[in-house]
Write a protein that binds this ligand. Sequence first.
Ligand SMILES: [Zn+2]
Length: 643
Amino acid sequence: MDLTVKPGDDFYQYANGVWLKNNPIPAKETRWGSFNVLRDFNINAVKTILNESAENKNAAPGSLEKRVGDFYASGMDSATIEKLGYTPIKADLKRAGSVKDLKAVLNEVALLKTSGTASPMFGFYVGQDRKNVENMIPQLSQGGTTLPDRDYYLKDDARSKKIQEAYKTYITKLFTLTGVPQATAEKNAETIFSLEKKLAEAQMSRVEMRDPYKTYNKFAVAELSKTTPNIDWKPLMAKMKVTGQDTILVSNPKFFTELNSLLTSTPIADWQTYLQWNVLKSAAPYLSSAFVDANFAFTQTLSGQKVQTPRWQRMSSLTDNAIGELLGQLYVKKYFKPEAKARMNEMISNLVKAYEIRIKGLEWMSDETKEKALAKLHAFKPKVGYPDKWKDYKGLAINRNTFFENVRNSGKWSYDDMVSQLGKPVDRTKWGMTPPTVNAYYSPVMNEIVFPAGILQFPFFDPNADDAVNYGGIGAVIGHEISHGFDDSGSQYDKDGTLRNWWTPEDLTRFKERANSLARQFDAYTVLDTIHVNGKLTLGENIGDLGGLNAAYEAFKMTKQGQSNELIDGFTPDQRFFLAWAQVWRMNIRPETAAQLIITDPHSPGEYRTIGAPVNMDAWYKAFDVKPGDKLYIKPEDRIRIW
Ligand SMILES: [Zn+2]
């Protein structure tokens, strides 16, 4: 903490100042805060499991240890990887570079997607139909680009231009590494950039993409083909292993009509280059060091990271990404305590109780809408720690000596697993995050809140800490995830997860007014020189924080400590509650990463998450004696109250 600062002037510094000063960002990281410290702790825990598994000579064939150990060991075998150079993708490059006509281009797109090689041209996935949630449906989305957002192609300020140049240098470098002459490689870079720029121009902004109605466009497959005469979706879907589906959801139909025009206005030779690029960029992190280094040099421009992440750490993350529910079983066995699950379930039920009290007490909402909101609240399904039913990755071949094939096979396995859900009942046992993940999520179509084992640790959660610390930490995280069900997007889904309005028009207007005020509050926060937080992009997360912290506080006040005034280390229970919240969000961040996240990340920067909710809570003013004249002071009548 920095006790020389007045909490009412700068609560973030007050709660975190000395920590921020004493904890610079490690060279291999792009930001450093509570999340990262816990992630670092976890990745080291995972490393122990991986090393033990990889070194266990007695692991039975097909056992968890054997499969996890072999996957990791293959990635650590840098000598073999180095020797192979780019051999693993030679055949793909040749094939992608020799497509002769449009039909072949599209077939190649399907092949790259289904083989776990790359995801060119557009996005595709299988998920619940949000207007008919018992049904799994194929879904098409905009895509085909490489830079983190369409803005990177469309803007021409100095920061964007620097990244565009670095991107072209990166493309050139990867092509030359496969023997393409420098001049041709440079020409390829221009071709790819200009093609991807056209795809970017057809994309919606991230704010537009947050509208679940705007992005819900259902087509009969035959009808969709009429809007894109150059793409006959029925045979293309068959190539993508999707059969027997009459309808398809499209998030952005305009993207596909633009793509349709691009298909014929772009020479086949350019599509060849584009497809080759997709093979190259997807494989680069898994090839020899020349490719990995080129990839890192480009990432550096984007993120500001100083040195490459060590190989063991990259391979740990990759193992978690590829076979996370095999690794997760070992992780949970070794690190997850059943007591934590019991305590979490108790806290979740207290948070739901607190939320119920708050909904009932809302002065801006009618009884009619309250009833629906309460029904939704009580329909929430929590998942804690790890899945009841594990993915077995049946049929996924993992060989200790073939790293690249392991990565490919796992990509292919995931694709097959995804399309295999079509025509089957929705599997509600599935998890969207792996057990070691330090994060949590809400799914509107499942109406579920999910907390992986990884986040159920200090500083979010500590069974030995006082309630103030746990409610200000994981309690607020639970409240945050519940509030996603009631944020500007989640609130459009009903208790069954269906996208269907349950609000009276008056209540909806009042909710939107309040949400707009919160968006304006965050719009006013600056990050770097002229860059502001995007209040509309971060609105869902900020409603989550405001609703979540209020509910956590309400639940905390029901505990024994919450009702006492006993000081610990000189701080009152309420002060400790808000300090726990503030310390969860402390974070040093590289300016390059901050600039990127402001465009791509729906979460506000940690500094503003720290203050954004408390400045709207009377309890915070009381706890720290914040008065008119203090920099963060907001008049009681201007404080935003949503949930
Ligand atoms: Zn969130």
